[in-house]
Design a protein around this ligand. Structure first.
Ligand code: HEM
Length: 243
């Protein structure tokens, strides 16, 4: 927090002190927080998706990959330290993303006079509503997902030494409802990502109809590629391609 003296105040008499926001709390600062944390989370999603696709290389290879994740950085870092550093960074990123989004949404609501409610109401608030509820659903999914495939508490097999078996047990045909739930969650991630990436690409690109079209297309390609890359794993198990 910065304190500045008001130069327009009279030179005699008491000095008037006014409060100014630190730059990170400005709307631009908060949008930068959204963008930086969003990029970090997308990077994780891309790497995680590529890692999941290793399931098609077989049980030994997939389990080896999962064990290697715990050894990244060794011997410089002790066993699992890298994983814990990554978890901490992702947790901070998620919290900062949510806090910045909440403050920005509140400010936007406070700044939007009620008289505009009849104009563009549906378009403007539709995106905001899907982002907000989409974010909540994704957060709940990640909590469930960690209890399912990381700690194994909600997994029918729950064997930390055999992640391949955990995934196969999870999406077994008789547990089709788990695949359905994952599908809904992943499609929600896709919508959230498409809107977030579109905003980011639009800010970075040209502010022209062509730039707008490119931003829209780029965001759609990213979201569809990620959704497909994630969904192929449960559906491969469901259909018996991976067993
Ligand atoms: C069908 C799609 C998915 C599959 C098959 C899958 C698979 C897995 C597996 C096997 C693990 C445990 C890794 C290990 O401990 O060795 C894991 C962890 C995790 N997944 Fe997924 N995942 C999927 C989708 C997602 C999505 C969409 C997200 C985020 C929105 C996500 C976020 C995470 C997180 C945060 C962890 C914990 C990582 C850690 O232990 O630090 N996953 N996933």
């Amino acid at each position: 927090m910065h304190w500045t003296t008001d130069r327009s105040a009279p030179s005699v008499g008491p000095v008037v002190i006014t409060k100014t926001r630190s730059p990170i709390r400005s709307n631009v600062g908060l949008k930068a927080v959204m963008a930086v944390t969003g990029i970090l989370l997308v990077l994780f999603l891309v790497v995680h998706m590529l890692g999941n696709l290793k399931i098609f290389t077989g049980e030994t290879s997939f389990d080896h990959y999962a064990h290697w994740l715990r050894d990244i950085g060794t011997p410089l870092l002790p066993h699992t330290w890298y994983l814990w550093i990554q978890r901490s960074v992702l947790t901070v990123a998620v919290v900062a993303h949510i806090v910045a989004a909440t403050v920005l949404a509140r400010r936007a609501r406070a700044a939007r006079p009620v008289k505009y409610a009849h104009r563009k109401k549906v378009r403007g608030s539709y995106a905001a509503r899907t982002m907000r509820w989409g974010g909540v659903i994704i957060l709940l999914f990640v909590i469930y997902h960690i209890l399912d495939l990381t700690t194994g508490h909600l997994n029918p097999q729950g064997d930390a030494s055999n992640p391949y078996g955990n995934v196969v047990a999870d999406f077994a045909p008789e547990r089709w409802y788990v695949t359905l739930f994952y599908t809904l969650a992943i499609v929600t991630v896709g919508f959230h990502l498409r809107h977030g990436a579109y905003s980011a690409f639009r800010s970075l690109g040209q502010q022209t109809p062509r730039g707008e079209r490119r931003a829209r297309a780029g965001a759609l390609v990213l979201a569809v590629a990620l959704c497909a890359g994630y969904l192929v794993v449960p559906f491969a198990v469901l259909t018996g391609l991976v067993s």
